[in-house]
Write a protein that binds this ligand. Structure first.
Ligand SMILES: Nc1ncnc2c1ncn2[C@@H]1O[C@H](COP(=O)(O)OP(=O)(O)O)[C@@H](O)[C@H]1O
Ligand SMILES: [Mg+2]
Length: 350
């Protein structure tokens, strides 16, 4: 009922009434002049009010309505429109844009996850296929007569066993990764002394290092304790992965140095090797699951391609970040930091 024309006509009538009344106060005003004043003021007031309302309010409301209509159809690609020159309408418009962009982000995120799942499944099938086919091949060859020669038999059995060991390692890593991604594994964050943990791990990896004549060294202030907050098992897993990689992919007679540096709030942990290094284009991607620089070489070394993906998950879950820096021919350094804490009070058993 109250469209802009009716409202403008009413307003214009009032304005022209008041104007004409004022003009009539002047003595001896001719009737023509009065009529002229009435008509002129009506027309100009009408035009002014009609156009301003039409353009400022009704158009804007119509735009707003059209935008809501789009949202209702789940079309979130709202173009940043030019309307919204009136404060409350601008607010509504901004609010809608925020809502739309949030929804759009949600949809993108869902698409990303869906994509990730699909790729993950394809990767897993591919990775499982390799050791299974290999073991299957050896077993069938054995059944087809190769078992008759004891030497060949042992050789084939060993190869089949190696494939199955690789399969087990892969499945183990997959379970860890998926449990971590679904949040099934939660970090048990507690104070831990990292230099002691590193020495324990050096002992565990001593044999592997000796095989390549690699020296493992801790670079920290002697006798200094480095208390940090973290899940001791998971951080141990991270360090094992990084140090093992440094041994595996480093050179023979190489050096692996784990450095600890304490700043005001953090302890930064670096794992450095003097191996062949990682080219820039690979550095971004080595944390992706199943990403290997040299596929056959990594498989020879019993790698699943999931080590660094797990490392990244664990460090992320500690609210930190892992970075890599490397120069071809010079070696590679992985770095992450953990929050510093004070040594827990010794528990007294009295
Ligand atoms: N210290 C390193 N020096 C050179 N290359 C490395 C190093 N650490 C990791 N890489 C490369 O990154 C790839 C991914 O590592 P990772 O996720 O641990 O998988 P893998 O199971 O192959 O060890 C490895 O295949 C290797 O090519
Ligand atoms: Mg590895």
């Amino acid at each position: 009922m109250f469209n802009s024309r009716v409202v403008s006509a009413i307003l214009a009538l009032v304005v022209s009434g008041v104007t004409t009344a004022f003009v009539s106060l002047i003595d001896n005003t001719p009737t023509n002049a009065l009529i002229l004043a009435a008509v002129m003021s009506f027309v100009s007031a009408f035009m002014l009010s009609y156009f301003s309302m039409e353009y400022l309010v009704f158009r804007e409301l119509q735009n707003l309505h059209a935008a809501i209509e789009k949202l209702r159809r789940k079309d979130f690609k709202l173009t940043k429109s030019r309307f919204g020159s009136i404060e409350p309408i601008r607010k509504i418009n901004d609010e809608m844009m925020r809502y739309a962009s949030k929804k759009e982000q949600e949809i993108d995120e869902l698409k990303r996850i869906e994509n990730y799942r699909r790729e993950f499944l394809a990767d897993i099938s591919h990775e499982l296929k390799t050791p299974i086919f290999a073991a299957q091949g050896f077993v069938h060859t054995l059944l087809d007569g190769a078992a008759d020669d004891p030497e060949v038999r042992d050789q084939f059995l060993k190869k089949a066993a190696k494939s199955l060991d690789g399969l087990e390692a892969l499945v183990q890593d997959l379970i860890t990764l998926s449990q971590m991604e679904t949040g099934y594994i939660t970090m048990k964050i507690k104070p831990l002394e990292i230099s002691e943990l590193i020495n324990d791990i050096f002992e565990q990896l001593e044999k592997k290092a000796q095989k390549r004549n690699t020296t493992l060294k801790l670079d920290s202030k002697p006798d200094k304790k480095y208390w940090v907050l973290g899940d001791v098992n998971r951080i141990g897993q991270v360090l094992i992965n990084l140090i093992e990689n440094a041994i595996k992919y480093g050179n023979d007679n190489g050096k692996v140095i784990v450095g600890l540096e304490s700043s005001k709030d953090f302890v930064s942990i670096t794992v450095r090797d003097n191996g062949p290094g990682i080219a820039e284009e690979h550095q971004k991607r080595i944390f992706e699951r199943f990403y290997r620089i040299d596929k056959s070489r990594s498989k020879d070394k019993g790698g699943t391609g999931l080590g660094l993906a797990i490392v990244k998950q664990i460090i992320d879950a500690h609210g930190s970040k892992i970075t890599v820096s490397s120069k071809i021919g010079r070696g590679t350094t992985f770095e992450f930091r953990l929050e510093k804490t004070v040594a827990p009070l010794p528990t007294t058993n009295s």
